[in-house]
Write a new protein. Structure first.
Length: 373
């Protein structure tokens, strides 16, 4: 039986001490009506506060960047007030919490946006997929309006303003969503970026939108509070892999090292048992980037521990295992078999499949803290 010694041991950084190296990966649970985190969100996140770090689900920086039905935002006062309750609850339970900031760009539907604002994108190429909209309808994703140079710069600023708001609410930091085919990834990708302005063309220009965000956020809230999520080689949201992908991501990695951000979070996916993020790629990133490296995508306690022991990551992020196992860290510690969540409750179900999973190993304070939502 393995001990998972490193995974469960604290990680001390100059700015934050994490009680273990288990990260709760950002997971959109789409229970935020009118893009406001639900009254159950503080309990949901509080139940999972034994993670070394929680990264709260992707939260839109602007009303035209919500994309998915009932995904939360962090751009207006009711949303911020709801997020504050989440932050306070996690901190009351001795947890650390960042929030993932997103603009979904061409992924989404105007019907899911406040005021039915149209989709915007780096270029007009639409995503070939359907999306759920109110009344359980499903529609093809429409063609996005092309952002002007000034429009793109305004959305860079929206990320900066959201990061300032997040810090004001008490979040320990923010993670910029540069992954999974959302707006910054649409700028990175040559298929969705057919621009001829300073945001299009060369690797440096395609990287500029994301790097402008990272630079602005770092300047506004401090590099020790700023992380980014990237997903090279994963090819989701109708963005296939492309020839310059490695070169683009290694360029980004070097630039992120120059900015000195707190972490890079690589989102991988196991394909036939092999992660899209290879050990060789992790070594390339390690050579260029000296701050924290978080890796996600299909990890168990054993495979996460092995990656840490190999020196290829500093923390391991777990997604689906956290849905049905609020006490995931303690289950790892006690070698308790994990519950498996029904994917049917991932994105719907209200409190069912959200805050009702049994906690086998309570933290001392869990179940005793009053939830005043
Ligand atoms: C229900 C659900 C929602 C997700 N939402 C997000 C999200 O908001 N942002 C993000 O970057 N990744 C999201 N992901 C991906 C996870 O963060 C994670 O990378 C993925 O589940 C792989 O890790 P796992 O094998 O441990 O589940 C989501 C995954 C699931 C299952």
């Amino acid at each position: 039986m393995h001990t998972h010694q490193k995974l469960l041991s604290p990680l001390v950084t100059p700015s934050i001490t994490f009680k273990n190296r288990v990260v709760m990966a950002p997971m959109s649970r789409r229970r935020a009506e009118q893009a406001i985190p639900s009254a159950s969100a503080p309990l949901y996140y509080g139940q999972r506060a034994s993670a070394g770090l929680i990264i709260a689900e992707n939260s839109a920086v602007a009303p035209n960047g919500v994309g998915y039905l009932n995904a939360p935002g962090i751009y207006n006062a009711p949303q911020k007030a709801a997020w504050k309750k989440v932050v306070d609850e996690v901190h009351a339970r001795d947890g650390k919490i960042f929030v993932q900031l997103v603009h979904t760009g061409r992924i989404g539907h105007a019907l899911n946006h406040e005021g039915h604002l149209p989709l915007v994108g780096a270029s007009s190429l639409k995503a070939a997929d359907i999306i759920r909209t109110p009344n359980n309808e499903h529609h093809p994703m429409p063609e996005p309006e092309v952002l002007t140079t000034e429009g793109a710069a305004a959305l860079v600023d929206a990320h900066i303003q959201a990061s300032i708001a997040a810090m004001d609410l008490g979040f320990d930091g923010v993670e910029i969503h540069g992954a999974h085919g959302f707006l910054p990834a649409q700028f990175l990708h040559p298929a969705t970026n057919q621009r001829t302005d300073r945001y299009g063309g060369s690797i440096a220009n395609r990287s500029r939108f994301l790097l402008d965000i990272m630079e602005g956020v770092t300047a506004a809230i401090g590099k020790e509070h700023t992380g980014v999520r990237l997903s090279p080689f994963v090819g989701i949201n109708d963005l296939p892999t492309y020839p310059e992908e490695t070169a683009t991501h290694l360029y980004l990695t070097t630039a992120l090292q120059q900015l000195g951000i707190f972490y890079i979070h690589l989102s991988g996916m196991p394909v036939n048992g092999v992660s899209t993020i290879s050990a060789d790629y992790l070594r390339e990133v390690r050579q260029r980037f000296k701050q924290l490296l978080i890796v996600a995508g299909g990890y168990t306690a054993d495979s996460g521990e092995a990656l840490l022991q190999a020196g290829l990551a500093d923390m391991i992020a777990y997604g689906k295992p956290f849905i049905a196992n609020p006490d995931l860290v303690e289950k790892f510690r006690h070698h308790t078999p994990l519950a498996v969540a029904d994917p049917g409750i991932f994105y719907e179900g209200g409190d069912t499949g959200y805050i009702d999973f049994p906690i086998i190993h309570p933290q001392p304070e869990i179940n005793t803290v009053a939830i005043n939502s």
